[in-house]
Design a protein around this ligand. Structure first.
Ligand code: 4AD
Length: 436
C-alpha cells in the first residue's frame, strides 16, 4: 500500500483538502471532553491540529487528551485553511502515533526569566521566537553567499588559530599551540588581504572571538563576521559595496521571511526604508559637532570613541543606516590608510544601524605602502616579526585595497528588531555563559 504524502508544516498551503502525514512535536494543548486543539511544530513552522472525539473514537481521543508537551508523533489528517490563525492553515487529525514520549518539559507556555531560558537554550531553540530568529539568521547567511558570489567574490576561509592579532592585543583569547602561544581569531582580515591579492575579490565568513569584559546588549564573546576584501579598490567604492550588500540582506529577509518577521512582530514597512540607497554619510568631525550641539554629551571632545549612547543619538538623526567617515587614528587599528590631506584621521568608516542597534560594519582602505605599514606596526607596539608575512603583501606587488567586516549577529538583531544580541546566535557565548 502506498502511504500518505509526508509533508512539512511550512508546505501545508499546497495540500489543502488533502490527507497527509506530518512528523511533529506537541507545544501546547487545550482539551475539552469532545475536542482538543493541539499546537504543533515540526521544525519548519507552527500550526494547530484539531482532534474531534466523535471522529477518532474514545481510545485515541483519550491518548491525545493526555499527551504531554514535546511528545513527538506522526500525525495524519486533512489540511484546511484557518483564516483565524497566524499561520493560515490547520490539520484535522485523523490518526496519531506517539514516537517519543516526553517527561515534564521545563519550558512551559508561561513566562520564564532570561537566565532560565539561556540555561535551557538547547530546548528553548524549539520555541517560536528563537525559531524565527534562526530562520532569519540562515536567510542572511544565504543572501550573503548569493550577493558575493554574484559579484565575483571567492570565499577564502581565514584560520581560527592565529599567531597575529589584527584588532589590538587586549581582547585576545590566548591558547597553547604545542610549545608556542596562539590566539583565537579576532578577525580574518589580514588573511583576506592576502586573499584579495591572490583572487581580486574575496570574503570570509567565520567565528571571531573577543575577550571583551563588556556586558551589553550588543556584545558577544564569540560572534560571526563576514569580511570582504577587494584589490584595486578605494574606500568610496567599498562604501558602495557595503550599502548595496546591507540593502540586499534587508530585501532578502523581506522577500523570504515574511512569516518569521510576523512571528517576531517586526513591521516590514520599517525595513523597507532600509533598502533605499544611498545611505547618508557624515564625517567623524561632523558627528562630534552634532553630539556637542545636542547638549546631551557635555564632555565629548574630538578624539573620543563612541559608546552606545553616542551611536544611538547619531543613528536617531537619520532614517536609514548612516556611515561615519574618517575616525581619529588613535581609536582605530594600525592597518588603516591615513587620509591623504590630514594626518590625524584614517580613510575608514563605520556603519551605524538605525533604531539604536549600533555599529554593524567597520571597514577601511588599507595601508598599502611597505615602509608606512612597518612604521605603523612598530608605533602600535606590535612585533614586526609576527607580521612579516603580512608585510610581504606590500613587498610583492602591493595595490590599493579596501575591505570591511559585518557583524552577523548585530545585523540580525537590527533586522529582526530584537533587543538583545544573545537572541541572534544559537548558543551565545557571554561574559558569564559558556554552557550549553
Ligand atoms: O569594527 P571591527 O572590530 O572590525 C574588524 O574586525 C575589521 N578587521 C573588519 C574588516 O575590516 N575586515 O568589527 C567589525 C564588526 C563590527 O562592526 C560589529 O558589527 C561586529 O564586528 N562586532 C561585534 N559583534 C558582536 N559582539 C562583539 N563583541 C563585536 N565586536 C565587533
Amino acid at each position: 500500500m502506498i502511504g500518505l504524502k509526508k509533508i512539512n508544516i511550512i508546505d501545508a498551503k499546497d495540500y489543502v483538502d488533502q490527507e497527509v502525514e506530518i512528523g511533529a512535536w506537541l507545544t501546547d494543548k487545550r482539551s475539552s471532553g469532545k475536542i482538543s486543539f493541539l499546537q504543533l511544530r515540526d521544525g519548519t513552522a507552527f500550526f494547530q491540529g484539531v482532534a474531534v472525539k466523535s471522529q477518532l473514537g474514545d481510545d485515541l481521543y483519550e491518548l491525545i487528551r493526555h499527551l504531554r508537551q514535546e511528545t513527538s508523533m506522526i500525525i495524519t489528517g486533512v489540511i484546511h485553511e484557518d483564516t483565524r490563525s497566524h499561520f493560515g492553515f490547520e490539520i484535522e487529525v485523523s490518526g496519531l502515533k506517539v514516537v517519543g514520549e516526553s517527561e515534564d518539559y521545563p519550558i512551559t507556555p508561561k513566562e520564564h526569566g532570561i537566565d532560565f531560558l539561556l540555561d535551557h537554550r538547547h530546548l528553548w531553540l524549539r520555541s517560536t521566537k528563537p525559531h524565527a530568529m534562526m530562520v532569519i539568521r540562515n536567510e542572511i547567511i544565504r543572501a550573503t553567499y548569493v550577493f558575493f558570489n554574484k559579484e565575483g567574490y571567492i570565499k577564502i576561509d581565514a584560520p581560527i588559530l592565529t599567531g597575529s592579532a589584527p584588532e589590538g592585543t587586549t581582547e585576545l583569547f590566548k591558547t597553547k599551540y604545542f610549545d608556542k602561544e596562539a590566539y583565537l581569531s579576532q578577525s580574518g582580515q589580514l588573511y583576506e588581504e592576502a586573499g584579495a591579492l591572490a583572487f581580486d575579490k574575496v570574503f570570509s565568513f567565520g567565528p571571531t572571538f573577543r575577550a571583551e569584559k563588556s556586558k551589553t546588549r550588543r556584545h558577544l564573546i564569540e560572534f560571526w563576521m563576514i569580511e570582504p576584501e577587494m584589490a584595486f579598490m578605494h574606500q568610496e567604492e567599498s562604501l558602495e559595496v557595503q550599502e548595496r550588500y546591507v540593502a540586499f540582506l534587508v530585501q532578502s529577509v523581506l522577500d523570504n521571511c515574511e512569516y518569521e518577521l510576523s512571528l517576531l512582530g517586526r513591521d516590514p514597512e520599517i525595513l523597507k526604508k532600509y533598502t533605499k540607497l544611498p545611505y547618508p554619510k557624515i564625517s567623524y568631525d561632523k558627528a562630534i559637532e552634532m553630539l556637542q550641539e545636542s547638549g546631551d554629551f557635555p564632555e565629548i571632545q574630538w578624539g573620543a570613541d563612541f559608546g552606545s549612547p553616542e551611536e544611538t543619538y547619531l543613528a536617531e538623526q537619520f532614517d536609514q543606516p548612516v556611515f561615519i567617515l574618517n575616525y581619529p587614528k588613535a581609536i582605530k587599528p594600525f592597518y588603516m590608510k591615513p587620509h591623504p590631506t590630514r594626518d590625524d584621521v584614517y580613510i575608514c568608516a563605520d556603519l551605524l544601524a538605525p533604531e539604536g542597534y549600533g555599529e554593524i560594519i567597520g571597514g577601511s582602505e588599507r595601508e598599502d605602502d611597505f615602509d608606512k605599514l612597518e612604521a605603523a606596526i612598530k608605533a602600535a607596539g606590535l612585533d614586526p616579526e609576527a607580521y612579516d608575512w603580512y608585510l610581504d603583501l606590500r613587498r610583492y606587488g602591493s595595490v590599493p585595497h579596501s575591505g570591511f567586516g559585518l557583524g552577523l549577529e548585530r545585523a540580525i538583531t537590527w533586522i529582526t528588531g530584537e533587543s538583545h544580541i544573545r537572541e541572534a546566535i544559537p548558543f551565545p557565548r557571554l561574559l558569564n555563559r559558556l554552557n550549553p
